[in-house]
Design a protein around this ligand. Structure first.
Ligand SMILES: [Zn+2]
Length: 427
């Protein structure tokens, strides 16, 4: 009998200690405190270019500061960058010596003055009759090299919906669309805009790795949301609090930063990132992805909407793009014997893998997945003012944060390295 007890005690002590430490370090009261502030009316829905999102960025920075986390670059947690909002003053041009009507040219640029002709070195392309106009137009708009696209006149009515009003990043190439049935041998376009400069910031912190400091594991969530949208009278709630989307993921990211800092055992370097501008085009993750070598990123845990119960109930979540690397299998393996299950994304037709900040890194080959619990076929508060803290299951969310910590263990220790995403297979 005695022997048995001794065996049990010595066997149990490390398990108990480990359990204790995760329960001590990932506390419900802390999860609630952070989630409560990020989703509060004070931040007015954290819309980009508002003081509400600036307050959120300050708060996240202060949390990083309290934890004494390292900087990723320079001496600040704010990874700031500019965007440029153009407003058209004039546009004119000629195509084979025929004057172009202004409604037959659309120039996307962040520069005040642009002159383009056949000798400017722009790539020339076309959208032909019968093509999918909006799909091709948006593909051209994401090109990294300057393009002139000649659009078949059958798209005249759709063409009028092209307009260069949205803020663009400095890395955005000039793209000009011209309504013309053929590609002319000579053309000239001049566009003049006034350009307003706007500031955005990701918030980034680092815990350097002990033995593999040049290999990174990212934990991220986006801290922007939709802001205030008035649709009814003054009695109607118009603040889109985004408690689940994505104050929840941002809270989890901060909680994990606290956990790993106190554990102080990571062999790989850990980056904690609150992305800006996810809701308006993923500009934050785009800028972030240009500030590091994607080859050095071993894994990305993007956390989106983990505040409600998943379709399987408590203690479960899903991983988007499950089959695109073996990261999901590694996480599942690390959760074996626990109360948690991470499933492959059950909503594949909704393309969730491509709809969050993980996609930007995945397109560079990084095993980058989003972990979520959101029931995308039945989430009553999704993108509504009613996405408030009161609709979240904070206890379950706190348990999910623990599960994410556990699931990442063998990647952080350097034992497991997920396979890369094959970018040729991406949509
Ligand atoms: Zn989101």
């Amino acid at each position: 009998m005695k022997f048995k007890y001794i065996f049990l005690i010595t066997f149990l002590i490390p398990v108990l200690l480990q359990g204790q430490s995760i329960n001590k370090l990932i506390r419900l009261s802390e999860t609630e405190r952070i989630e409560k502030y990020l989703s509060s009316d004070e931040l007015a829905g954290r819309k980009i270019f508002t003081s509400g999102i600036d307050k959120a960025a300050q708060f996240i920075s202060m949390e990083f500061e309290k934890l004494k986390l390292g900087y990723f670059s320079k001496n600040t947690y704010l990874q700031s960058f500019q965007m440029f909002k153009p407003s058209l003053v004039s546009v004119n041009g000629r195509v084979d010596n025929v004057e172009l009507e202004t409604n037959k040219v659309a120039v996307y640029t962040h520069l005040e003055k642009v002159n383009i002709d056949e000798n400017s070195g722009y790539q020339i392309s076309s959208i032909k009759k019968g093509d999918n106009f909006f799909r091709l137009a948006s593909q051209f708009l994401s090109k990294k090299l300057p393009h002139v696209i000649f659009v078949d006149e059958s798209f005249a009515s759709q063409f009028t919906r092209l307009s260069n009003k949205n803020p663009l990043m400095a890395s955005h190439a000039n793209i000009a669309f011209v309504l013309s049935n053929s590609i002319p041998s000579h053309f000239a376009i001049e566009a003049i805009h006034t350009v307003t400069t706007l500031n955005l910031s990701n918030v980034v912190a680092m815990i350097p790795g002990k033995s593999l400091p040049n290999e990174y594991v990212i934990f991220s969530g986006h801290y922007d949301h939709l802001g205030v949208i008035s649709k009814g009278g003054s009695t109607v709630d118009s603040i889109y609090n985004g408690a689940n989307d994505d104050a929840a993921g941002t809270t989890a990211m901060i909680m994990l930063a606290n956990y790993f800092k106190k554990k102080n055992k990571n062999e790989r370097s850990l980056l904690f990132v609150a992305f800006t501008a996810e809701e308006s085009g993923g500009f934050g993750s785009s800028y972030f992805s240009e500030q590091l070598n994607p080859e050095a990123v071993v894994a990305m845990f993007n956390l989106e909407m983990i505040g409600t119960e998943s379709k399987w109930g408590k203690n479960s979540a899903y991983i988007t793009g499950f089959e695109k690397s073996n990261m999901g299998q590694i996480l599942q393996e690390n959760l074996k014997g626990t109360a948690f299950t991470f499933y492959p994304d059950p909503y594949v037709d909704q393309n969730l893998f491509y709809r969050s900040d993980n996609a930007t890194l995945a397109r560079l080959g990084v095993p980058a997945h989003t972990i979520s619990t959101s029931k995308m076929d039945d989430e009553p508060n999704y993108h509504k003012p009613s996405d408030e803290i009161g609709t979240l299951d904070l206890n379950n969310m706190n348990e999910i944060i623990k599960a994410i910590a556990k699931s990442s263990e063998s990647i952080i220790s350097g034992k497991d390295t997920p396979t890369r995403v094959d970018t040729s297979q991406l949509k």
